[in-house]
Design a binder for this molecule. Sequence first.
Ligand SMILES: Cc1cc2nc3c(=O)[nH]c(=O)nc-3n(C[C@H](O)[C@H](O)[C@H](O)COP(=O)(O)OP(=O)(O)OC[C@H]3O[C@@H](n4cnc5c(N)ncnc54)[C@H](O)[C@@H]3O)c2cc1C
Ligand code: SF4
Ligand code: SF4
Ligand code: SF4
Length: 560
Amino acid sequence: PARIWGYGVHPNVITSLQFERYLSPGGPTEGRLLRPSDGRPVRRVAFLQCVGSRDKNHCNNEYCSSVCCMYAIKEAMSAKEADHEVEVVIFYTDMRTHGKEFDRYFERARDTYGVRFVRSRVHGVEPAGSGDLRLRSINTRGRQVEETYDLVVLSVGLETPESMVRLAERIGIHMTPDRFASISAFMPVHTSKKGVFTCGAFNGPRDIPQSVIGGSAVAASVAALLAPVRHTRTVPVPQPTEQDVRDREPRIGVFICHCGTNIAGVVDVEEVATYAATLPQVVHVERNLFTCAQDTQDRMVQQIRARGLNRIVVAACTPRTHEPLFRKTLKSAGINEYLVEMANIRNQNAWVHGQQPEAATEKAMDLVRMAVAKVATLTALKPLRIRILPAVLVLGGGVAGMTAALNLAAQGFRVHLVEKSSQLGGNALHLFQTWNGEQVPPFLRALKEQVAAQENIEVYYNSRVTAVSGHVGNFASTVRTGKSRKQVLAHGAVILTTGAKRYIPEEFEYGKIPKVVASIEFDKLHMHNETRVAGGKSFVFIQCVGSRNALRPYCSKSCC
Ligand SMILES: Cc1cc2nc3c(=O)[nH]c(=O)nc-3n(C[C@H](O)[C@H](O)[C@H](O)COP(=O)(O)OP(=O)(O)OC[C@H]3O[C@@H](n4cnc5c(N)ncnc54)[C@H](O)[C@@H]3O)c2cc1C
Ligand code: SF4
Ligand code: SF4
Ligand code: SF4
């Protein structure tokens, strides 16, 4: 369907994925917004939403791809960041920004970045001379509007590749009419075939966080199946013998990361490198476009060996996410993994001093100098072995808590499931069925029965955690049951599944007029065929009550 919008016909019609590459420092234009046809700077760019999604006429994809509203906003803001002068317009049917902080993100794009959102379906892209493109659309007053743009970006959706549809057929996995894996709402990573699991975009339109969550869920499901044979066939990865560097003079290597333009767009990395080379005991300095890239890792190992480095400084991002990687690099080079120091010249410098490049460069030099001074004093360490308690505290016995508890128990872990009320089930206790008609009460019943039958799970009803001490691997939590009983539980990890309580409306005469009910109550009235619904002829739903307002500026995601 993209051809209808001039894709493959007019060079200045590109897909959102191509646009993202244009915005990338590692992309074809190194992050500058240049037109594909003539390399001229882009001044006006239009995004067309729902291309290849929600469209029965031009393609067979009737579903919402769910990721393209958010990525269009993200790309529009990135375009504005790359060039404040560029005008960005998003033509949409409706913006689907459902999720934590997504609505706020949309408002920031509109109000702070000046991205223009136009509710209108464009019905034609035509050449307007010199590579420009003319868009025709109908505005909200029913008038035809014509506007000219330098670049048109098609917000294309997701679909399952044909080859996978055929493969699914051969394996015997049921697919939905939209050609995604058919799954139950209650077992969202299990395909129709036992032992075959799925997650990510094969499962349905998913963004990256959802794909990552799905990946972990699949791994946990498989781990439960494989638990009986765990550790029976593991072999250690061979590592080079570690050099003893105790009596050697420090030979420090400094690796300065550009992080594309994240750091190099603000900090004068060349100046920082020149400065680093003057610091005591520094014998090697180099700059890398992306220090965490695999090819850079391989080169770092070579440099550590070739230059006889016995400790390194990585001036890049946060050790919280990246130190384990650089420790591994050192280990692969035969150096003790603790002889590394990171200088956070991105998060704590380039990102916060974007408007003060000179000061940021000076600060980067300071941070590097401190890291060099520190790494010179480090001594090789041996990892400590500490006992990890193979037990987990799960706080909250709703659907999430019970599912987590059952999986952990199946993997052989002891689970303490703490629930503040007198029964398990949480919000799902009030639900009747899912959108596709799967019945919630029997699912919940089965879940509770499994929890009750699982020897590894202990449920603490009417209980609350009143104190927690210890650290990862070794926690001690005090659980108070009822008014008087107190006990201390030992566990290695905690899972918080305390859910969310529903909003209690103060508007629409809720609580005053008996026939004004919340949707969660409406479901329950149906379950019991209560008189208010049994004899009802017409019902009206009022959406977004308590969501997407100044106090709660997010879409609650489940109420539509
Ligand atoms: C245009 C576009 C923009 C997006 N922007 C964002 C965004 O900004 N933020 C966000 O969170 N999400 C975004 N997404 C969604 C995001 O890309 C997906 O959620 C995520 O990539 C899904 O990961 P996945 O591993 O399930 O699938 P994929 O990323 O598609 O990976 C599947 C892999 O499987 C391989 N493969 C396919 N068939 C076979 C086979 N038969 N055998 C072996 N290998 C096979 C493929 O080559 C591929 O490497 C975007 C998606 C699109 C299409
Ligand atoms: S996420 Fe937005 S652009 Fe994508 S199909 Fe849904 S409504 Fe259309
Ligand atoms: S190491 Fe950190 S700063 Fe460097 S490219 Fe990777 S993420 Fe960016
Ligand atoms: S009703 Fe709920 S899900 Fe629908 S838009 Fe409003 S807040 Fe989002």
